[in-house]
Design a protein around this ligand. Structure first.
Ligand code: TXA
Ligand code: MG
Length: 340
């Protein structure tokens, strides 16, 4: 049985006790829910991999609630570029890849000599880390290959019976996982886009690289700089096709595809375009890329539950957080994108 509790003082104390004892707890962050355990305890880390069914070579990121914890987590000082990003974006949805410190178990980093570090903004996450007294390793709290959970209900549907406790902090405000940036070299390189956008990073450092695999599949033989990029992700049960181009042309193409598809189909579109689809079944993604980010994973889960077989989605503009939306949407569709 998995308990679901609002994160009051008692629940947080209980959660912290579980973490200290080597157990696993799901907790909210501003990005998605995480599945947390003591980053220095190899047995605890193994429980995370088991609960998720996660491939053994995919490292976990480590969460801190104070910069004072950094010496335990990383090797040496923060390089100046990392310091500048930490000052601007921590706490927040930014994960920095840095040399791994000795207190982090090698199970956590899947044997790598680097570690992803994040200081989340969410208050419940911060209180849990502080109360546990240890850095917390936490991947997204979904079964591997499913959309990341943006509500406690999503976590429950993947983790029921596998973990003792879920802290229910409501819906996640960003809705997509953190931006992962390798800050060990210059220019820094975005491996996974998220709420901290390349534009925001360039504003601090003057320069930023975005890994080529963000908007296309890995090429044959290409080495994944972030092991997570190798794996199929966020795949809905139905088939997903993305159509990209000017809005009117996109809508015309989607309408044609929709009309010739068998029953049980849905269109993902921004609110401003819904009228272009007449009386066809549309799942609205909100007014802009920010709301699309918040809703995308819930939309994919809802459509699975409703047994939707065929999904057509509009592409969104890749500026700002739109890059992260298109990265997740693209991967969910195995980059099945039609240009019109
Ligand atoms: O927003 C988030 O980052 C959420 C919340 C819970 O904080 N966590 C999350 O973790 O998304 P996860 O494990 O689902 O994704 C972490 C990604 C994976 O793609 C992994 O391969 C990559 O970060 N990663 C972790 N450590 C790495 C490292 N040392 N080098 C390169 N990539 C790394
Ligand atoms: Mg994940």
């Amino acid at each position: 049985m998995t308990e679901l509790l609002k994160p009051d003082a008692l629940a947080l104390e209980k959660a912290a006790r579980i973490i200290k004892g080597g157990g696993v707890v799901a907790f909210p962050t501003e990005t998605v829910y995480g599945l947390g355990a003591d980053a220095g305890n190899p047995e605890a880390i193994k429980r995370i991999f088991a609960a998720k069914g996660r491939p053994q070579d995919n490292p976990l990121i480590v969460h801190i609630s104070s910069l004072d914890q950094l010496p335990k987590v990383i090797q040496g000082e923060l390089p100046p570029q990392a310091k500048a990003l930490a000052e601007r974006f921590w706490p927040g949805p930014l994960t920095m890849i840095l040399p791994k410190g000795d207190a982090i178990s090698s199970e956590c980093t899947a044997g790598l000599d680097s570690v992803g570090v994040r200081f989340p903004m969410n208050e419940c996450a911060q209180m849990l880390i502080s109360a546990s007294g240890v850095p917390i390793a936490a991947p997204s709290a979904n079964i591997s290959g499913r959309p990341s959970p943006t509500s406690a209900q999503h976590v429950l549907s993947d983790m029921n019976g596998k973990i003792p406790l879920i802290l229910d902090g409501g819906a996640c405000s960003v809705g997509l996982e953190s931006t992962v940036v390798d800050v060990r070299t210059l220019p820094v390189r975005v491996l996974r886009p998220g709420g901290v956008t390349p534009e925001m990073i360039a504003d601090v450092l003057g320069e930023v690289e975005v890994d080529g695999s963000v908007l296309r599949p890995l090429k044959q033989g290409e080495i994944a700089r972030s092991p997570g990029m190798k794996y199929k992700h966020y795949a809905p049960k139905g088939s997903l096709t993305i159509v990209s181009g000017p809005s009117e042309a996109v809508a015309a193409k989607i309408c044609a595809l929709y009309d010739s598809a068998p029953a049980s189909k849905r269109i993902l579109a921004l609110d401003g375009h819904v009228r272009l689809y007449g009386d066809r079944l549309v799942y609205p993604l909100g007014a802009d890329a920010d709301t699309a980010a918040q809703r995308l994973f819930a939309a994919l889960r809802d459509m699975d539950e409703q047994g939707v077989q065929t999904i057509f989605s509009e592409a969104v503009d890749t500026s700002g957080i739109g890059l992260a939306v298109m990265n997740r949407l693209g991967r969910a569709a195995a980059f099945n994108i039609i240009e019109v």
